[in-house]
Design a protein around this ligand. Sequence first.
Ligand SMILES: [Zn+2]
Length: 261
Amino acid sequence: MPRNFCRRRWSAASLLATLFICCNSTAAQTDRTSENVTVVIDAGHGGHDRGGIPGQRFSEKDMTLDVAQRLRNVLAASGYRVVMTRDSDVFVPLATRVAIANSYRNAIFVCVHFNATNRMGAGGIETYFYSRDSLPLASAIHHFVVGGAPSASRGVRRRGYYVLRKTNIPAVLVECGFLTNPTEAAYAGSASYRQKLAEEIAAGVRGRNIVGSASYVDQTKVAKSEHRRSKRSQKKGARKKKSSSKPAGSEARSGSIDRES
Ligand SMILES: [Zn+2]
């Protein structure tokens, strides 16, 4: 369902700011929110880490990279400085992704993922954050992606994913739908839909100071048990204390399988 955010009822200040964006679509010169801001874009997975669950038709790593590259193009056209944690089908450890993000000041971090689960009917968009400073960005990205996608909203969620916990800049992880859901997989398989996703995420980046904070589901308790499971599958043996200080091998895989309960 297409969204027209110009019609939303907001405060006068918000409306003015929104109109500014709506009426000045000639990107770079007009997007004041881009001033000096670096957007670090993190395409989930890559290389040997395909993401998702075994046997799913679309490889998550390819979808995330495609959306991330489209997002880069949209944001760059709006005047943002953009950095990619990966720009090809390579594996980048989570700690490296975080280090890249943390090397920039006045930056924000956007992780792009797709979801997966063994329950084929599961679907919808989820947006994750961890630090309170990241909530406005998460809220805005979720607002726009859900508004522009036919998929349902599964809400804004707070959760301790490594890339969200360890980054010291506003950081968000958006799950752009379930590749294990036939309908959502079909959408994701369309280049025009992936472009739409990129544009909506970009709208969220631009609108991060306008939309306001959404209510959210706190899943920070779930994260610990999930890291535990993820680590067990990666490296049998290692432990409990380290779950809070070391990255799980695959953020997305741990998240997706267990996420919907
Ligand atoms: Zn993922």
